[in-house]
Design a protein around this ligand. Structure first.
Ligand code: HSE
Length: 315
């Protein structure tokens, strides 16, 4: 591999966590790594991709990391250099695990790092959220841990909560079915019933409070939802059965569709094997191949390295 001039590591994320639609999200211990291997003249870019998207994402002008870099440079009025980018993609695409947020965060971090902008976290998140409109993926990807975020037009307010404790696992089953976020949003109704809105308000507030205070036994309530998952579960085979099955397994504290799906996630205290097997067996019963990851929460968010040593983000 060519020498690294700058390297960014971005975590996968799971948005919504059930009740917290468009608001809650957590960072996971699964990473894409983006390496700037050569500086090129302004406006010139080359891209190589290993792993997820290796066939689709090699055209530099369609590469989301590069597009985000250009947009960040424009926002900051910088004539940024071009570069050659090597993406090592592990986060599955179009599976509700924040692959677009990962690319947007990386592009803005590269713009910040190569051009020595030294933007604050607030400014970084403002720019990234303008590019990738889902703060419930962007904020945990950038900051790590679990985040509560609210976007109003271009104004963003967020709070970062700690990551999961080390004895808790995040089991993620990833079916071999792509669901684009736009399609998963079109599946939602235009209005929600008042009682269902109240249900979700209470559950998502409980979820944030339980997470902040380590009351993990409340997650099964906090991850319950009545406004989006029942519609989205119909977009992939087995979706409506899988969560019911894993919720009953001892140690499973809560389960949800990850982001806009189709991956399904369960938070597990203790041995995660039975949950993982049940998820994949259920997808198999419905004729869908799947793979699973047994992950932990990520506490650090995105990291920038200049050869030698990891440095924290912008600072
Ligand atoms: N909160 C968004 C949704 C996440 O569920 O549509 C998109 O990744």
């Amino acid at each position: 591999m060519a020498d690294a001039i700058l390297q960014v590591r971005t975590p996968a994320t799971s948005a919504n966590l059930g009740a917290g639609f468009d608001t809650l999200g957590m960072a996971l211990s699964l990473y894409n790594i983006f390496t700037v291997t050569e500086i090129l003249p302004e406006g010139e870019f080359r891209a190589a991709v290993i792993g997820e998207g290796a066939r689709e994402l090699t055209d530099a002008k369609d590469n989301m990391v590069i597009r985000s870099y250009i947009e960040a440079c424009d926002t900051w009025n910088i004539k940024g250099a071009g570069f050659e980018l090597l993406s090592n993609n592990v986060i599955p695409l179009c599976r509700g695990l924040g692959s677009s947020a990962s690319a947007a965060v990386a592009g803005v971090l590269i713009a910040n790092g190569l051009n020595r902008v030294n933007a604050s976290d607030d400014e970084m998140l403002r720019v990234i959220t303008r590019i990738e409109k889902h703060p419930d993926n962007v904020a945990p990807c950038y900051l790590g841990g679990m985040t509560v975020s609210c976007l109003d037009g271009e104004s963003l307010r967020y709070v970062r909560l700690p990551s999961l404790p080390p004895d808790m696992y995040v089991v993620v089953a990833v079916p071999n079915v792509e669901v684009r976020t736009s399609m998963a949003r079109e599946a939602l109704p235009d209005t929600v019933d008042f009682k269902d809105a109240v249900f979700n308000l209470g559950r998502s507030a409980l979820m944030a409070a339980a997470w902040a205070t380590g009351r993990w036994e409340l997650l099964s309530w906090g991850m319950d939802d009545r406004i989006h998952q029942q519609y989205r579960a119909k977009l992939f085979p087995g979706g409506d059965v899988i969560m019911d099955r894993v919720r009953d397994i001892p140690g499973c504290l809560g389960a949800a569709i990850s982001g806009s799906g189709p991956s399904v996630l369960a938070l597990v205290k203790g041995r995660p094997r039975k949950v993982a097997e049940t998820m994949c067996r259920t997808f198999t019963e419905y004729g869908v191949e799947s793979l699973f990851f047994v992950l932990q929460g990520n506490a650090d968010g995105a990291k920038v390295t200049y050869p030698g040593q990891f440095l924290k983000k912008s600072g």
